[in-house]
Design a protein around this ligand. Structure first.
Ligand SMILES: Cc1cc2nc3c(=O)[nH]c(=O)nc-3n(C[C@H](O)[C@H](O)[C@H](O)COP(=O)(O)O)c2cc1C
Length: 389
């Protein structure tokens, strides 16, 4: 059904217009009580076995919507209704900004990929904070808040810009993400160098603690797949050193690897970050590398090219406690989260693990023992351990 809609309607539309149309439908459906109850029951059935505890919260499952889809926090309930276990809003900047000139979003349909150079179009952290404060939640949702640097603010003043957004938004965030990895804000990715990242993350941590006194807001950093391996290691070490709560791996890539020959070369040549299937392998590599370095000390969120339940399961085995996606939502449609959840539950059931928590990083542990992650004890698996979720 959705693939027909995609082929006949969305694919013929400008991608950004299609996004706004789909977004409007989601928001509308979430406003109609009978409809949203029906849709949530169908699209977001709660599966006990998929419950996870992460970042100090109990969540219905591990699968969330990555940043960039709901930049201004206008559709948290609608997206939760579609089955996402957490919704990361943003990127939000201290000053409102229009983003780059249109056209700035491109579909590489044969590659199941997108290229975007949106440039953090958003209403600014004051407006988004006001909206989150006024939000009357219909569904219990986990809301991550992703913050970035305002384009016109010079690099030397970046810390102040992030701190301003933190002061406004931290109290509304179930977790806070410092985004230093978007390719579409000039100079932003330089902040990934640990010499810049250490004072930035320290200042944001202090600002969050100053503003929110009743609880500790978990703080994460989101990194690019284009980092060299040594730089990935350096961020991992810094995260442990600073007691960071998590790392999100990864954002979009400026590379153009992994594309087939069928996407229009003019589209492939567009400037911006590539996401979707072509970024899958590198995102997984970065995740594995991080897990090998930080183990269970830092919560990892795997994102980049996740399309199927198998992709999500692989991220969990590679060390991700939570998994996110964005581009595949465009291609798979509203049943996507439901399909991923169902497949994850099947995989968990067929695995030797009683809970998803036990499966996190199992690939690394079993690789050390020389066994396969799906059959860590060999073909005659023992009874599952009965640890509660
Ligand atoms: C149109 C678009 C806009 C995005 N905007 C943001 C953003 O504002 N902040 C951010 O951290 N990531 C942003 N991303 C990156 C995604 O959150 C995600 O990290 C990336 O797309 C890889 O996941 P995917 O392959 O599932 O799309 C954006 C991605 C797309 C496609």
């Amino acid at each position: 059904m959705y693939s027909l809609l995609f082929r006949t309607l969305f694919r013929r539309m400008d991608p950004e217009k299609a996004h706004h149309l789909a977004f409007a439908w989601i928001r509308l459906a979430a406003r109609v009580p009978v409809l949203r109850t029906f849709l949530a029951a169908f699209l977001a059935p709660r599966r006990k076995e998929l419950r996870v505890e992460a970042l100090g919260r109990r969540m219905h499952g591990p699968f969330g919507l990555a940043a960039g889809f709901d930049k201004n926090a206008v559709a948290v309930d609608g997206l939760t209704m579609l089955g996402f276990d957490h919704v990361e809003i943003g990127t939000v900047t201290a000053h409102p900004q229009p983003g780059n000139p249109k056209k700035r979003l491109f579909r590489l349909v044969p590659d199941r990929a997108l290229i975007n150079r949106m440039g953090f179009n958003n209403e600014g952290s004051a407006a988004v904070a006001e909206r989150l404060a006024a939000r009357e939640a219909v569904f219990k949702a986990t809301v991550g808040v992703n913050i970035g640097k305002t384009k016109i603010v010079p690099e030397e003043e970046a810390i102040g810009d992030y701190v301003t957004s933190t002061e406004r938004l931290a109290e509304h965030a179930d977790y806070l993400v410092v985004n230093v990895s978007s390719p579409n804000t000039p100079g932003l990715r330089n902040l990934q160098a640990v010499d810049h990242l250490r004072p930035l993350l320290t200042a944001v941590r202090e600002a969050a603690d100053r503003t929110v006194t009743g609880r500790r807001v978990p703080l994460l950093v989101k990194i690019a797949p284009d980092l060299a391996d040594e730089d990935v290691d350096a961020v991992a070490d810094l995260a442990v050193e600073l007691g960071l709560d998590g790392i999100i791996a990864t954002n979009t890539t400026i590379a153009r690897d992994g594309l087939g020959l069928t996407s229009d070369p003019a589209l492939v040549a567009e400037t911006g970050g590539l996401s979707g299937a072509p970024v899958k392998d590198r995102s997984l590599q970065v995740l594995r590398r991080l897990y090998a370095r930080v183990g269970d000390r830092v919560t990892l969120i795997g994102v980049g090219g996740v399309t199927t339940a198998e992709d999500a399961w692989r991220r969990i085995l590679a060390g991700a406690t939570l998994v996110q996606g964005y581009s595949a939502f465009v291609y798979e449609g509203p049943l996507w989260a439901r399909t991923v959840h169902r497949g994850l539950a099947e995989r968990l059931r067929a695995s030797p693990y009683a809970t998803l928590a036990e499966a996190v990083g199992a690939e690394t542990r079993t690789a050390e023992d020389g066994a396969h992650p799906d059959h860590p004890e060999g073909p005659d698996r023992p009874e599952k351990r009965s640890t509660a979720a």
